[in-house]
Structure formats: C-alpha cells, structure tokens
Design a protein around this ligand. Sequence first.
Ligand SMILES: Cc1cc2nc3c(=O)[nH]c(=O)nc-3n(C[C@H](O)[C@H](O)[C@H](O)COP(=O)(O)OP(=O)(O)OC[C@H]3O[C@@H](n4cnc5c(N)ncnc54)[C@H](O)[C@@H]3O)c2cc1C
Length: 456
Amino acid sequence: MSPEPTEDHSASRAKFRVAVVGGGPGGMALAMAISKFNDPEAPVIVDVYESQPAIGTVGAGISVWPRTRALLNHLGLMKHFQGELNAQNAQNVGENVGRGFLYRKSDQAQGYPIYHMPMASNPMLLHRSDFLRALHDEVAPPPLCNIHTSKRLVSLTQDAVKRTVMLHFADGSTARADAVVGADGVRSVVRVNMLSDKERVEPEWPGVIAYRTLVHRDALEARGIPADHDLRTLALAYCGKGRHLVTYPISRGEYVNMVAFVSHGNHPQHFEGKWVRDVSVEEVREAYKGWEPDVEKFLQCIETASAWAIHIVRDIPRASSGRVAVLGDAMHAFEPHFGAGAGQAMEDAYVLARLLTHPSTIRAALPQALQAYNQARLTFSTDIVHKTRRCDRLYEFTEGPMPSGPDDEDGIQNWSREAHKLWGFQMDEHGADDFWRDAEKYLQDRLSDSRVKASL
Ligand SMILES: Cc1cc2nc3c(=O)[nH]c(=O)nc-3n(C[C@H](O)[C@H](O)[C@H](O)COP(=O)(O)OP(=O)(O)OC[C@H]3O[C@@H](n4cnc5c(N)ncnc54)[C@H](O)[C@@H]3O)c2cc1C
C-alpha cells in the first residue's frame, strides 16, 4: 500500500511499508538495522506490532559470544555496553582473558575442571533489558519506524492482486503492509499463517526443563561466596549426568544469572501443562543434591525460581512465502546451550534489513528479496537446532566422550575437542556478512532472470 501521507517528507518518499510482528530481540534488531541501512531518498517504513503493553523482556541474563559481538560492533551497538565491558575486563585478567565457559564435572562430592574454552574475546554477559534497550535506542523515530504496543496478531492474509498483506489483531483492528516479518517467537502466529497445513511445524519439547533465577550479590556474600570467586567472575557450566547448571555474572556484578537444566528423556515430545511456572527453591536444590560443594552452596543463595519447558522449532520447510517471512525463534527456536538464540535472531534481522533496504528491492520485488533471505539463512539456522541437541548430550554425558576422572587426560581432551567443535560457529566473526553476501548474490541472480523481470 502507499504509505500514509505525513508532514515528514522521508515518509512520503517511502519505497514500501514492512510490518514486523513482535518486539523481542529479533523484531527490534530488524527495526534498528533497517533504520541504520535505510536510504533517506527512498526509505522503508517499519511498523512493529508487539502484543505486550510495552517493549520489554524477562528479568534474566543473556550471553553474547564472538560471532554476535562482531555483529553488534558492525551495527554500532557496542557503545551501549561499554560500562558493562569495562567492569568485565577489570575482572577477567590473566589466564581468564579470551575464555568462554569454564566447564566442570560436578555431579559428585569432588568436582574437577574439564575445559576452559579459548575464544578470540570474552563473552559479553548482559542483562536482557540492557540488550533490548540498546536495540530500541537505535530505532529511527516515527514516521520511519512506528512501534505499536498491545497489538496481538491473530491472523494475516496475503492479497496477490494488490500485492499487500492484511494483518488482523486481537482487538479487532487491522493494518495493511507491503510485507510482513514474523518475529513473534516460538509460538509464532505468522509462521502458522505462512505455512500450508501440510507444511505446518509445531514447537516440540526436547525433554528439557530450565530453572531460571537471578541471585543478588548480597545473597552470595551472606553465604560466603566472595567477589573474586569464579561464580562471580566467570561463565561457568557445571556438568553432570542428565543435568547441567550454567551461571554467569551480569549488571556489573550485581547479579549472578542462573539457568539449571534437567533432562527428562532424550527425544522431542509433547509437553503437558504450562510452559513457564514458578517453582519452590527446594525443587531446584533437590535436582542438584549431592553435587560438588560450590553448586550446593550457590543453590542455598537462590530465593526464587521459575521452571521453563524449553521448546524448539526445527526443520521448517521455508522461512518465507510470498510477502511474508519469519525470523528468530519463530523460524528456529534452539535449546539455549550455545547462547545463540538472540544472536541468530539478530543475524536473520541483519540479512533481511540489508535485503529490504537494497536499491534493487523495489515493492514488486519483495517476494524475491524474501526468497533470498530464505535461501541464505534457513539451512544454517536449522542445523544449529540439531547441534544444540548434541551439545546437551555432551554436557550431560549421555553421548560422546566422558572423562572418567580428573586424571583421565585423554577423556578430558576428547570431551574438550568435541565441545570446541560444536561451538565453532560461535567463533566465526564474519558469519553475518557471509550470509549477506550470499543473499545479495541470490537476489541479483533472481532479478536478472528475464521471467522475473517481466513480472515486476
Ligand atoms: C533459558 C534460556 C536462556 C537463553 N539464553 C540465551 C543467551 O544467553 N544468548 C542468546 O543469544 N539467546 C539465549 N536464549 C534464546 C533467546 O532468548 C531467544 O532465542 C530470543 O529471545 C529470540 O528472540 P525473538 O525476537 O525471535 O523471539 P522472542 O524473544 O520470543 O520475542 C517475541 C516477541 O513477540 C511478541 N509476540 C508473540 N506473539 C505475538 C503476536 N501474536 N502478536 C504480536 N506480538 C507477539 C512477544 O511478546 C515478544 O516480545 C535463551 C533462551 C532461554 C529459554
């Protein structure tokens, strides 16, 4: 549709209008990346529709690894995290520089270190709200980008004749756009509407429950966990049979973020009940009873906890159809073992934003641009869903090498090698741009096809 006339001339010069459903990390990254790459002479107008009353997130941490850190840098977002990084650099000294997780074998009275993963740079360990705020702050103001809250999408319909998409919301209102991107998470309404009944992919439960909480530094101090303890300075993964517990400090050491995983079976299945519920701290402590003293001591510090039935979305047949596409968890929800979900949502958003703002992507060519996105991103992100399953099995010693004790050098080395291999993609600092180049080439090839040219 033609963008609504406003006093702002940039909007009247708009080349087309894109609706983004969902204001989480993926949706906000798309809005900010379009803002960054927009051509002022022919800008893309963005409408973000978020179901919640405000753009926000759960109170929890998020880890950002070298691959995503490079993208944040490229997008000019690092300035938002400088204070956080200075605090982390002050703590990560000596042998802890350039290290990822410190893995320990912990399901016994005397735990031992297995591997301290080397990396080009330390992970950035952030509060989720700081992460989302940084994206939000870089989104262009209206009329270029318009954020509509309390707008829950219930369905959408593509109009092939008018070459538009109609969005229908729970409050009875509607909106029209030239293209729609579903960044509406694991239970995506856009995905359901985009795929045919035969193609439909439902979220699955791989049997993993994640207990989450934040622990304030006062609670740690009170239990004798001092500021220089590994728990308060490093990203730690305490591994054991059938479960593993991840901790890392965030908000300049004010909190330690905890995610404690417990596996029930090894195959995707249907989950009965609420996906997120509050639980007693005793339930979490019970799950890790008999683990090494640091784990038990840490769990004595937790005051609240919620249990999340982790759901995945795997093997969707395509990430776009006509003028509709999906990104982030709507397209590929992972188990969180690589801390890659938000990073990959951002990568999807980056590639899409570059395509949408590309001079060749005129309104009539939107389906080809979305196909180029699908072509570039689908296989890679689907593969990560499968890799996370292997990662879970390795961390929980249900498959692959397993050290028999602290002196089992071969066992430790084999385990470490396997972990390093699985994590390889997270070290690739050029990943996002490689996909963008592939996507651009695909777009140009498609648009030079004489039949496509004739249809535009
Ligand atoms: C325990 C745990 C730990 C994790 N740790 C990390 C980590 O360390 N690093 C990392 O990178 N990733 C991590 N992840 C993954 C990460 O949280 C997700 O991959 C990421 O949030 C996906 O972003 P998204 O924008 O695609 O979806 P979401 O974050 O789910 O956002 C979707 C948005 O859409 C809105 N919405 C939903 N339905 C509708 C609708 N019908 N209409 C309008 N709006 C709608 C929602 O309100 C929400 O704001 C973790 C996940 C879990 C569960």
